[in-house]
Write a protein that binds this ligand. Structure first.
Ligand SMILES: [Fe+2]
Ligand SMILES: [Fe+2]
Length: 363
C-alpha cells in the first residue's frame, strides 16, 4: 500500500477580484490546498472531476452569480453534498436552508472563515456517516456528540459525566464484536476535529485489542471509554501548540506533555470514573524503560492496560494523516513500534499485530 497523501482540505475559490483572492491565499494557503477560478462554469466542471472539501464563491461570480451556482450544485445528485460558503457585501443575501450552505459578509476575520470551513467539513463528514451500517453510524454519531459535550463541560468548568461517556461507547463495543473496526478507523478520518478523530481511533484500537485477548463486554467498554477520553487534556492545550505543523521547541514541549496531567485531573474531578479509564488517561505516554511521561514509570510499575494504551496511542497516531504528515501504512507503523523495543512491551505488541492483521478486511 502506498503512503496516503498529507491531509490538507481542498478548497475551490472564486473571489471578488484578484486582490481579495491574494488576501485569502496569503491568509489560508498554509492550511488548505486552493484551486482558484474566474467563473462558475469552470468551477462546476472541476467539481465534476474532483470533489473539494468546501467551495468558497463570491455572490457576484460570473456569469450568473454564486447563488445560482449553489442552486445548481444542490439539485445534482453527484454534487449536492458539497459544502458552499458564499461571500459578499450582503446587498443580496439569498435564502439558504441547507446545513452545508453559509454566507460570509466581507470583511471577515481569518478565524471566522477557518471556523466556518472546519464546521462545514464536519457537517459534511457527519452526513457521509449516514451511509454506514447501523453500528458504525451510531458509534460515530454518539461519540462525536459526546466529545462535543465533554468539550463544553470542560469549557464551563463542569465535571465530565463518565457514565454518559461510557453509554456513548456501547455501539462501539458492539461494532467491534461485529468486526467493524476497520471501517470505523477509516470513516472517522473525514472529520476535522483531530483530537476527536485520534481519540475515537485509539478507543477503537484498544477495544479491538481487548476483544482479541478475550475481555468481556464490561471491560471492553472501559477500554472504549478510556480511549475516547484519554486525551481530553488536549482540549485545554493552546491551539498554536496542539496544531503546530513543525517540531515543538523547549518551551512548548512541556506544555504539550502537560495534557496527560490535565486528562488525569479532568477525569478525577468526575464521579465514578473507572480505574481502567483513569490508567489509560494517566499512563498512555509512559514507557517501560522510564523514558515516558509524566511519571517516568518503569517496567512492572506499568500494568498491562498502560502498556496496551501506549501501543494503541502510538499506532493510532502513526496511521493517521495530519496536515504536516501522511498516514503511514500499517506495515511501516508496526515497523516503527517494533523498533521501540526498550519502551514498549514486545509480547503485547506481537499479540496486537496478530489481532489487527487477522481481522484485516479482504482487499
Ligand atoms: Fe496523549
Ligand atoms: Fe493520544
Amino acid at each position: 500500500m502506498a503512503e496516503s497523501s498529507i491531509k490538507v482540505p481542498l478548497i475551490y475559490l472564486i473571489a471578488a477580484d484578484k486582490e481579495r483572492e491574494g488576501e485569502m491565499l496569503r491568509a489560508l494557503g498554509r492550511r488548505y490546498e486552493f484551486l482558484t477560478f474566474v467563473d462558475t462554469g469552470a468551477l462546476l466542471h472541476q467539481v465534476m472531476i474532483k470533489r473539494p472539501a468546501v467551495i468558497i464563491c463570491e455572490d457576484t461570480a460570473p456569469p450568473n452569480g454564486g447563488n445560482k451556482f449553489r442552486e445548481r450544485i444542490r439539485v445534482d445528485p453527484d454534487t449536492h453534498t458539497v459544502p458552499i460558503i458564499l461571500t459578499g457585501n450582503g446587498s443580496n443575501v439569498p435564502k439558504m436552508n441547507n446545513v452545508i450552505d453559509r454566507y460570509l459578509l466581507w470583511p471577515f476575520k481569518k478565524s471566522q472563515i477557518i471556523d466556518c470551513i472546519s464546521d462545514l467539513i464536519n457537517v459534511a463528514a457527519e452526513q457521509q456517516w449516514e451511509a454506514l451500517p447501523t453500528l458504525q453510524k451510531e458509534t460515530l454519531k454518539l461519540t462525536v456528540e459526546e466529545y462535543q459535550d465533554v468539550a463544553t463541560a470542560i469549557e464551563n468548568g463542569d465535571p465530565i459525566d463518565y457514565h454518559k461517556a461510557s453509554d456513548s461507547c456501547t455501539p462501539l463495543v458492539k461494532a467491534i464484536q461485529d468486526n467493524g473496526h476497520h471501517e470505523l478507523l477509516k470513516s472517522v478520518q473525514n472529520h476535522h476535529n483531530y483530537t476527536y478523530v485520534h481519540s475515537l481511533r485509539v478507543a477503537t484500537l484498544l477495544t479491538m485489542f481487548g476483544h482479541g485477548i478475550g475481555m468481556d463486554e464490561d471491560n471492553m467498554n472501559i477500554l472504549a471509554t478510556g480511549g475516547l477520553l484519554h486525551d481530553v487534556g488536549k482540549l485545554v492545550t493552546p491551539d498554536n501548540i496542539l496544531n503546530k505543523p513543525g517540531k515543538l521547541d523547549d518551551e512548548e514541549w512541556p506544555i504539550m506533555q502537560d495534557h496527560v496531567v490535565q486528562s488525569r485531573d479532568l477525569l478525577q474531578a468526575g464521579d465514578d470514573v473507572s480505574k481502567g479509564a483513569h490508567i489509560i488517561a494517566a499512563q498512555h505516554h509512559e514507557k517501560l524503560d522510564g523514558s515516558g511521561y509524566p511519571l517516568g514509570l518503569k517496567g512492572a510499575e506499568m500494568n498491562e492496560l498502560a502498556r496496551m494504551s501506549c501501543i494503541c496511542d502510538i499506532f493510532g497516531a502513526l496511521t493517521d494523516a495530519r496536515s504536516y504528515k501522511p498516514a503511514f501504512p500499517t506495515e511501516k507503523a508496526f515497523g516503527i513500534l517494533e523498533s521501540m523495543d526498550k519502551g514498549l512491551d514486545m509480547g503485547l505488541l506481537k499479540v496486537f499485530k496478530e489481532i489487527f492483521s487477522d481481522t484485516q478486511p479482504a482487499e
